[in-house]
Design a protein around this ligand. Structure first.
Ligand code: OSB
Ligand code: MG
Length: 368
């Protein structure tokens, strides 16, 4: 068997509500959907690189170039169909984890569809419902933030994550904690701070947070280790973890006690699995982070979050939290208070709606 055709589409989808992190406020998302065809079966993957290199060094246009020039030709030249083999070959290319990982996901979806099983089953998942969480961006005012958190809790979310930055940290936690003293709460700085801000960050300890995500820059494992020694709240790394080796280094150095796994950021499900198994063996919990994916990427994440070490609530929310016209049918919804049922059809188990993909597409290219 060989891959007959690969299609890439560049999409732009407007958010229901703007999303502001310490590095930018965005009103829409630009991303790539990859489709791989074999025997009339189509596997879907989402490449989570963003338009601007703010979260990571990758961009949608850079990922497009790497996919078109290196990764797709590599699949055809090597007659690669298996995601495991693809992962080995793709790793020859340095960096570009999101480009590599998104195409690998399409091969995983294809493989599971051909076997007639849900991806969670191929991965060896252990649950049919995952714990949902919602990531709340920076708002214009604390009153707006509290109102938004209130809405999410009313919808059934039980774990809230607040984006923080200088001037929107201790006060944001205080405002939310005052109204919701018992909600599971965590914060994410997206690298906005440095060790010089240590005393300010230590003021977050009294808020009983589940974790503090990525206070310092991605490359700064050492300073994270210094901060963790002085804080009671567990640190969790997101941007810093770009491979199995960075995960191992972070844990050996004591840079964090919890890891956020994003399959795109680490370069695919094979690498995700290595990190997961390493953390599980060391009693380090992980959880599944999100990149505001469309339903295609989010369905992939639902299956990943069924693995046994995903012990903290995930950044996985319902379709309507992100998009009015999500790309899939049915939409992802909360199945109970704070949970999402994992689709049980073959592959990702949700149906991408071609008409909606076409409507959101800026560009498309077919490779044979
Ligand atoms: O740091 O986790 C992050 C979105 C885009 C880029 C980085 C991050 C995020 C989120 C959104 O927090 C989580 C989600 O997809 O719900
Ligand atoms: Mg994060």
């Amino acid at each position: 068997m060989t891959i007959e055709r690969i299609e890439m589409a560049l999409l732009k989808l407007p958010y229901v509500h703007f999303f502001e992190t310490s590095f930018s406020r965005d009103y829409d998302r630009t991303f790539i959907i990859a489709r791989v065809y074999e025997d009339g079966v189509c596997g879907y993957g989402e490449i989570v690189a963003e338009e601007a290199p703010l979260y990571s060094g990758e961009t949608t246009e850079g990922a497009w170039h790497v996919l078109k020039t290196f990764l797709i030709p590599m699949i055809f030249a090597g007659k690669i169909t298996e995601p495991e083999e693809y992962a080995v070959q793709a790793k020859r290319f340095r960096g570009n984890q999101m480009a590599r990982g998104g195409l690998e996901l399409a091969l995983w979806d294809l493989k599971a569809k051909k076997a007639g099983v849900p991806l969670a089953k191929l991965y060896g998942g252990v649950r049919d419902e995952i714990e949902a969480g919602v990531s709340c961006g920076i708002e214009d005012s604390l009153a707006d933030l509290v109102a938004r958190v209130d809405t999410f809790i009313g919808q059934g979310y039980r774990r809230i994550k607040l984006k923080i930055k200088h001037g929107w940290d201790v006060d944001a936690c205080a405002a939310v904690r005052e109204k919701f003293p018992d909600v599971l709460l965590q914060v994410d700085a997206n690298g906005a701070y440095s060790l010089a801000d240590k005393e300010q960050l230590k003021k977050l300890d009294p808020f009983n947070l589940l974790l503090i995500e990525q206070p310092f820059a991605p490359y700064d494992l050492w300073d994270h280790a210094k901060l963790q020694r002085e804080m009671k709240t567990p640190l969790c790394l997101d941007e810093s973890i770009i491979s199995f080796d960075t995960a191992r280094a972070a844990l050996e150095m004591g840079s964090c006690r919890i890891i956020n796994i994003k399959v795109g950021r680490v370069g695919g499900a094979v690498e995700m699995r290595k990190i997961h198994d390493y953390c599980e063996a060391r009693d380090v919990p992980v959880w599944c982070g999100g990149m505001l994916e469309s339903g295609i990427g989010r369905a992939h994440n639902l299956h990943i979050a069924t693995l046994p070490d995903f012990k903290y609530p995930n950044d996985l929310s319902a379709s309507r939290r992100y998009y009015t016209e999500d790309l899939i049918d049915p939409f992802i919804e909360l199945s109970g208070p704070g949970t999402i049922r994992v689709p049980d059809g073959p592959g990702i188990g949700v149906h991408p709606v071609e008409a909606r993909i076409a409507k959101a597409s800026l560009r498309k290219e077919i490779f044979k």
